[in-house]
Ligand binder design. Structure first.
Ligand code: RB5
Length: 149
């Protein structure tokens, strides 16, 4: 499985550890930037990452900014992206299982290096339940995007 990863300047310090961790787990990782702590704009990197997922090149994505919030707002502007900003492992697991989230966001100013890796593991190890009301509700998310709800 190929995982896309992106950050802004406020998430840059966490990113390399997350990439190392993902690779050590045997996944491929596509880094869409940013590549330094120079001030930049998170929507640029959220958009670049979403394109990787929507094109099919990557299955899942991880976005890191200061809080994780700006990245999740930007990512969720894309039709077909379900991004969740999480700072606990329960939410990181459940957002895959129930919401079929395809992007995990978190904030470097919120979580530490150790928790960031546990969030990534909870997200990557979980599987969408793909049954009953979960299917109905995830389809409704897509109906909203298409103006059909
Ligand atoms: C950058 O200062 C900060 O606003 C950004 O990383 C993010 O936290 C926005 O949601």
């Amino acid at each position: 499985m190929k995982i896309a990863i992106g950050c802004d300047h406020a998430g840059f310090a966490l990113k390399s550890g997350v990439i190392e961790h993902i690779k050590a787990r045997g996944f491929e990782c596509v880094d869409v930037g940013t590549y330094s702590t120079d001030s930049c704009h998170y929507p640029v990197y959220a958009h670049a990452l979403c394109e990787k997922i929507l094109s099919g090149e990557c299955e899942l994505g991880i976005l890191i900014c200061g809080t994780g919030i700006g990245m999740s707002i930007a990512a969720n502007k894309h039709d077909g992206i379900r991004a969740a900003c999480c700072s606990d492992t329960f939410s990181a697991r459940l957002t895959r299982e129930h919401n079929d989230a395809n992007v995990l966001c978190f904030g470097e100013r919120v979580v530490g290096a150790g928790l960031s890796l546990e969030l990534v593991d909870a997200f990557l190890d979980a599987k969408y339940m793909n049954s009953g009301n979960h299917i109905t509700r995830v389809k409704m998310l897509s109906d909203i995007e298409k103006g059909n709800l």
